[in-house]
Design a protein around this ligand. Structure first.
Ligand code: SF4
Length: 334
C-alpha cells in the first residue's frame, strides 16, 4: 500500500529569527566604579558571582544607608504617621555601654526565643536592617563594627537631622538613561531642597553618603566618587531638564569620636564640582568603561588593579589577594 505523505509546512517560508536587541544595565557604582577600582575583583564577584568570605565593607556601607533611609521615613511619617516631623529618639544618644548591653541581652533573648524591645528608634531600625542583611549572608565581623555604626547613625541624626530632614525632598532617587548600546542607571541617596525654595529641580542638591572618612580615602577613590557624582548629574539633567544645584558627598566616618560633634566637622562634607565639561568627561569615561567591561566579558579576562591605583584597605580584605599579581598588602598567612 502506498502512503501519501502529507507535508503540512510545504510552501511556508519562515524568516530566520532576528538577534534580540537586549541591552545590559550598568550601574554607576556596582558596575562602573567597581570595575574601575579592580577588574579582577569585579569579574570574580559581580560577573562570576563568587561569594566573598567577608563582606565588612558591604555591611558597614549598607547598614548606614538603610538606617538613614528609615530615619528620613520616620521624619516623614511613612513608618508611623504619628512620628511625622519628629527626629528618631528626638536626637538623643545612647552611651556605648547601653548599646553593648542591649546587644548582649538581645543575643540571650534570641537564644531563649524571646522578644526584646529596642532601647531607641535608631537601634530598632539598625536591628531591622541587620536582620535583613543577615538573611543575605552579610554580617559584621566584630561587635565593635556594630557599635561604631550605631554611634555614627546617632551622631548624624542628632547633628544633621534638625536642619537636614525637613529639606529632604526624596531618598533613593532612581535615575536612568538609554544609551543605545546599554542602559545606564544610578540611585542618589538624597535630593535636598534649598531652604525656602519653591518646588524646582534646579534648586535641589544631590547628596551621597559615604561610610568612610575623607582623610582616609586615596586619590583614586576620590576620583571615582567625583566621577560617580558627575554621571549622576548628567542622569539628573536627562530626567529633570536641568542640572542639580550642587553635588555633595557626606563622609559619615568624619563624625567618629567619643562624643557627638557639636558642629559639622570640616571634612565631613565635600562639594563636587559639576561643570559641563567635567560632566561630559565623566559620561565619555563611562562609555569607555562599558566597552572595556564588554571586552573583558568576551575574553573572560579580568585584570587586577595596577599597583598604586587601589588602596591597601581594598586589597587587605580581598579574598583574591593570595594569588594576585598585585597584592597591595604584606601577606600574612594564618
Ligand atoms: S588583591 Fe587587590 S588588586 Fe588583587 S584582585 Fe584583590 S583588590 Fe584587586
Amino acid at each position: 500500500m502506498v502512503i501519501d505523505r502529507v507535508k503540512p509546512f510545504q510552501g511556508i517560508s519562515i524568516s530566520s529569527p532576528k538577534t534580540p536587541n537586549i541591552k545590559r544595565r550598568y550601574s554607576v557604582t556596582q558596575d562602573i566604579v567597581a570595575f574601575r577600582r579592580c577588574a579582577r575583583q569585579y569579574g570574580a564577584f559581580n560577573v562570576h558571582k563568587y561569594a566573598p568570605a567577608y563582606q565588612t565593607q558591604t555591611y558597614f556601607g549598607t547598614i548606614l544607608h538603610q538606617v538613614l533611609d528609615r530615619c528620613h521615613a520616620h521624619f516623614n511619617g511613612k513608618i508611623n504617621p504619628l512620628t511625622k516631623g519628629t527626629l528618631p529618639d528626638n536626637g538623643s544618644i545612647l552611651s556605648n555601654d547601653e548599646i553593648n548591653d542591649y546587644f548582649d541581652e538581645l543575643k540571650q533573648a534570641e537564644k531563649a526565643k524571646e522578644v526584646l524591645v529596642p532601647p531607641s528608634d535608631i537601634v530598632k531600625y539598625f536591628i531591622q536592617v541587620e536582620n535583613g542583611l543577615k538573611s543575605q549572608g552579610i554580617q559584621a565581623i566584630t561587635q565593635d563594627i556594630r557599635l561604631k555604626a550605631v554611634k555614627l547613625l546617632q551622631y548624624f541624626n542628632a547633628l544633621e537631622g534638625p536642619e537636614l530632614y525637613k529639606r529632604v525632598k526624596d531618598t533613593e532617587h532612581g535615575l536612568q538613561a538609554d544609551r543605545t548600546t546599554h542602559i545606564l542607571h544610578g540611585v542618589v541617596d538624597l535630593l535636598v531642597d534649598t531652604p525656602n525654595a519653591i518646588d524646582n529641580p534646579a534648586h535641589c542638591e544631590m547628596w551621597d553618603y559615604k561610610g568612610s572618612s575623607f582623610l582616609n580615602i586615596n586619590r583614586q577613590d576620590l576620583e571615582n566618587y567625583e566621577f560617580q557624582m558627575r554621571v549622576y548629574a548628567k542622569l539628573y539633567e536627562l530626567k529633570h531638564g536641568v542640572l542639580p544645584r550642587k553635588a555633595i558627598l557626606y563622609f559619615l566616618n568624619e563624625l567618629d569620636g567619643d562624643t557627638c560633634p557639636t558642629q559639622r566637622p570640616v571634612n565631613a562634607l565635600l562639594e563636587v564640582s559639576i561643570k559641563q565639561s567635567e560632566i561630559d568627561g565623566a559620561v565619555n569615561e563611562f562609555a569607555k568603561t562599558v566597552l572595556e567591561i564588554e571586552k573583558a566579558r568576551c575574553n573572560d579576562q579580568w585584570n587586577p588593579a595596577v599597583l598604586g591605583k587601589i588602596s591597601e584597605q581594598d586589597c587587605a580584605i580581598c579574598d583574591l589577594r593570595w594569588d594576585c599579581p598585585t597584592p597591595n598588602v604584606t601577606l600574612r598567612y594564618p
